[in-house]
Design a binder for this molecule. Structure first.
Ligand code: NAP
Length: 484
């Protein structure tokens, strides 16, 4: 199977923060890969912008180094790299000052798609938006891409939305959540809405519970000061995990259209019940192996920030009343693994004598490390010995099923940047969605702060704090194993 690459319209894409970590690791290598795939039209250009005083050639050199470091050798093609570097320019600009804006205005064409990627600290988003308008650089159809975090609570997210809204309409604002650009996440919508198989069963009548796990092995070492102001709830649950939950729980949109999809996701967030304190477990990793504890990494000896969180959520609507969603995420865990597991209820009555209590079907959607899907079904154990049952996986690894086409699957950033150029907002968060997610998150965090809540310690290389196991056990359920 060969993947189809549809070229996009000619564009000028300005990457503010073009010399920063995210641009070097993801955005610029991703754009090179789209160039390599033949998706970039001949007159598309990428302009890096930051305060550093670089010439175009010096910027190209930093991008060449980033491609060398972050693109796999098999996809580094000398002629393509040279061609891509030829599309690059650089402007020294200060988001908070007036330097460089006149030069940027000269460079930007008004007869192509204009996109401005804000890959800078969120404190600069407002300044950039304002100056793009003030200097007459962004035309009426221009798009801006804003990175996470989008606020740290409802008030700051509202303020940021209001600031951006002074200069750009909602249809011009692309709030990026790279989880939504993952192939499997989109596949989740295809599986749900392009097959008849699952949808009739997709409700509390047939689904016992849902588990969403995002486990990481890394610590916060090196960015402890940043993480200490955030924690797992703000860093992972409020955005990425909430988005995954919405895709599982939402009603079928009337069309695969940006606002139709986002309307349905918003309804899910609004239907979330407030979470009871006994339905939350917060953890903080201890020292282990060669690495220090969370507190050592955060440089705050009294830090109460969680590096792990597990929660039980309830959605109060007709479809989901009575089906809990269990979410957990953490750092320094046993393995790097992200998955969604949907556990169906057991058949109402067993006709077989062999009853070992393993009769539930589980649909597992793996996001990483290897994207794919797996449906656990019961079959007869082969051989003589009567009707003994065994649970086996119907496993579909996308890499195996799709062959070369799966190898060519663009990384989340590549796909999302091309969606910006195409003007497709389906995989980007709308302002009201972000605000609704904060409105649900805020009281939980405020509750911890008011009580001076301390997270429980857990050992690195485990699946998290003991109490997280209890969160499931007390409901007669258990977490799926995080496999090393
Ligand atoms: P970073 O490495 O600190 O880079 C910041 C960039 O902004 C640099 O190019 C810097 O260059 C430029 N900059 C700083 N102040 C500026 C100003 N006043 N005017 C114009 N440019 C300025 O940050 P990052 O890690 O790339 O993160 C960028 C954004 O992406 C942040 O919002 C972050 O939260 C988000 N993000 C990052 C990651 C990641 O993996 N890194 C992941 C998710 C989200 P000069 O100093 O030369 O100006």
């Amino acid at each position: 199977m060969v993947s189809r690459v549809i070229p996009v319209e000619p564009f000028d894409l300005v990457v503010f923060g073009g010399t920063g970590d995210l641009a070097r690791r993801k955005i610029l290598p991703g754009l090179y890969l789209r160039y390599l795939a033949g998706q970039m039209p001949p007159d598309a250009r990428v302009i890096g912008a930051a305060r550093g005083d670089l010439t175009d050639d010096e910027f190209r050199k930093t991008v060449a180094e980033a491609i060398e470091e972050f693109v796999p050798a098999a996809r580094r093609d000398a002629a393509a790299i040279a061609g891509f570097l030829g599309r690059l320019a650089y402007v020294a600009i200060d988001a908070k000052g007036e330097t460089g804006w006149a030069r940027l205005k000269e460079l930007i064409r008004d007869d192509v798609v204009q996109a401005f990627y804000f890959s800078v600290a969120p404190a600069l988003f407002g300044d950039l938006a304002e100056r793009l308008r003030l200097h007459g650089i962004a035309g009426p159809q221009a798009r801006i891409v804003v990175e996470k975090p989008f606020g740290r609570d409802l008030a700051s997210a509202r303020a940021l939305n209001a600031t951006l809204a002074q200069h750009f309409t909602e249809s011009q604002i692309y709030r990026i959540d790279h989880y939504l650009g993952k192939e499997t996440v989109q596949n989740l919508m295809a599986v749900r809405f392009a097959n008849i198989l699952f949808e009739p069963l997709w409700k509390s009548e047939y689904i016992d519970h849902v588990q969403i796990t995002v486990a990481e092995t890394v610590s916060v070492n090196g960015r402890g000061a940043y993480y200490d102001k955030s924690g797992a709830m703000r860093d992972m649950v409020q955005n990425h995990m909430m988005q995954l939950l919405c895709l599982i729980a939402m009603e079928p949109p009337y069309h695969f259209d940006p606002d139709a999809v986002r309307d349905e996701k918003l309804k899910v967030i609004r239907a979330l019940d407030p979470v009871r304190p006994e339905d939350i477990v917060r953890g903080q990793y201890r020292a282990g192996g060669d690495e220090g504890s969370y507190v050592e990494h955060s440089e705050n000896p009294d830090s109460r920030t969680e590096s792990y969180i597990a929660l039980k959520l309830n959605i109060s609507n007709w479809r989901w009343k009575g089906t809990p969603f269990y979410l957990r995420t953490g750092k320094r865990l046993r393995a790097r693994e992200s998955e969604i597991a949907i556990t169906f209820k057991e058949p109402p009555h067993s006709i077989f004598d062999d009853d070992r209590g393993w009769r539930e079907n589980v649909l597992v959607i793996r996001l990483q490390p290897d994207e794919g899907m797996n449906l656990k079904v019961m079959i007869k154990e082969p051989g003589p010995g009567g009707m003994r049952l065994v649970q086996v996986p119907l496993d579909m690894s996308f890499a195996d099923a799709l062959g070369d086409a799966a190898q060519d699957v663009p990384d989340a950033y590549e796909r999302l940047i091309m969606d910006v150029i195409r003007g497709n907002q389906t995989l980007f968060m709308r302002g009201d969605e972000v605000e609704a997610a904060w409105a649900w998150t805020d009281p939980i965090i405020e509750g911890w702060e008011a009580r001076g809540h301390r997270p429980q310690g857990y050992d690195p290389g485990t699946s998290g704090p003991e109490d997280a196991l209890m969160l499931m056990h007390r409901d007669g359920r258990r977490w799926r194993e995080i496999k090393a």
